[in-house]
Design a protein around this ligand. Structure first.
Ligand SMILES: *Cc1c(COP(=O)(O)O)cnc(C)c1O
Length: 359
């Protein structure tokens, strides 16, 4: 028998969203935090034009893309790495700095990839308790020990949607030993009202990541980026595929980054629909959590109720994300989609709630 390395054999397969609905039912996916707004027309055009160069390997330095990111965010190009989604960067960062005998620390309801990437690199993983679905800086600091190499925080959090202020993150950074890296994953940073954390990277011990998958509506093109201390960037780059982002994806992301008004309008549209959806759910007695991202976490009384609501939604083709894998089996995470789809989801949940009360 040919066996994989033991820590790989022990890993569970990545838990993808269950996107199956009954035959003939139109699927409405609210399960993957994709944008309901199409990419900027400028991005679509740029990608189409770039197909003419499809015979060539793409730019391994992401020159145009890094220039656009640096200009828009007022940061230096030197520390920017671009990944095939920020998932590639998270995995490469963890593999670069944590292995057997090391530990990665995050929080109870953290983005699942932090744990998976830690275990995949042979490191151990520890989760600090959260306070009411919000990252607790104090609990994180208590959980950091001599083996800790990296602390990961998504801000805003996925699946919680909760957000720490920049000053709380500074307090976290100040409390960490200087040989511990801090990853601040701002995949939903464009949706949050808090100040970006790029300035912290200058300290030499902190990384801030962003993605084109959420606010820019380019999840299908797989482009993420991060601002790293330049020495850290140099090390992480060694473990990445040299030609990791397809040419059309690079130029599409560049054009999308340069079209800030389009992105800001998309974020405003999604955010206001999210708030209206959550308000309506609260009016019918459901516990929709406040969110600074493109989704809302709905908390039910228990796992059975969450499953019952999920079945009612699925019957109409609406797929939310079950949260059992996150230790929140009593919750469903709803990505904000188009107006009509959210109206249908609201209607189904209203009917479900009424039927439920009569029992
Ligand atoms: C969606 C998401 C990402 C990464 O997505 P990519 O598509 O790989 O860029 C990273 N972190 C969090 C918290 C996310 O929700």
């Amino acid at each position: 028998m040919i066996t994989p390395r033991p820590h790989v054999a022990d890993l569970a397969a990545y838990a993808l969203a269950d996107l199956s609905v009954a035959p003939g039912v139109r699927l409405i996916s609210l399960a993957q935090n994709e944008s309901c707004v199409a990419p900027s027309p400028r991005a679509i055009e740029a990608a189409a034009r770039a197909m003419a160069d499809g015979a060539l390997y793409p730019d391994p330095d992401w020159t145009g893309l890094r220039a656009a990111i640096a200009e828009v965010h007022g940061i230096d190009t030197a520390g920017i790495l671009c990944g095939a989604g920020s998932m590639e960067l998270i995995s490469a960062l963890i593999r670069t700095y944590a292995g057997p005998g090391d530990e990665v620390v995050s929080t109870a309801y953290a983005y699942a990839l932090f744990r998976t990437a830690a275990l995949a690199s042979g490191a151990s993983y520890k989760a600090a308790d959260e306070d009411d679905l919000t990252v607790s800086v104090d609990n994180l600091l208590t959980n950091v020990g001599p083996k800790t190499r990296i602390v990961c925080v998504a801000n805003p959090g996925n699946p919680t949607g909760s957000c720490l202020s920049r000053s709380e993150l500074v307090r976290l950074r100040d409390g960490l030993p200087e040989n511990v890296l801090l990853l601040i994953d701002e995949a939903y940073g464009e949706f949050a009202n808090t100040e970006a954390c790029f300035g912290l990277v200058d300290r030499g011990d902190t990384i801030v990541m962003r993605t084109f998958s959420k606010a820019y509506g380019l999840a299908g093109l797989r482009v993420g980026w991060g601002l790293f201390p330049p020495e850290v960037a140099g090390e992480v780059r060694k473990l990445m595929n040299p030609n990791n982002i397809a040419g059309p994806a690079q130029v599409a992301a560049t054009a999308a980054m340069r079209d800030q008004p389009y992105m800001l309008a998309a974020v405003a549209e999604v955010s206001s629909r999210r708030d209206r959806f959550a308000t309506t759910l609260r009016e019918i007695g459901l516990d929709a959590q406040p969110s600074a991202a493109n989704f809302t976490l709905i908390r039910f009384a228990n796992a059975t109720e969450a499953q019952s609501a999920d079945m009612a939604l699925r019957a109409k083709g609406i797929l939310m994300r079950g949260m059992g894998g996150y230790g929140l089996p009593h919750c469903l995470r709803a990505t904000i989609a188009g107006e009509d789809d959210m109206a249908l989801a609201t209607q189904v949940l209203t009917n479900w709630k009424e039927a439920h009360h009569e029992q």
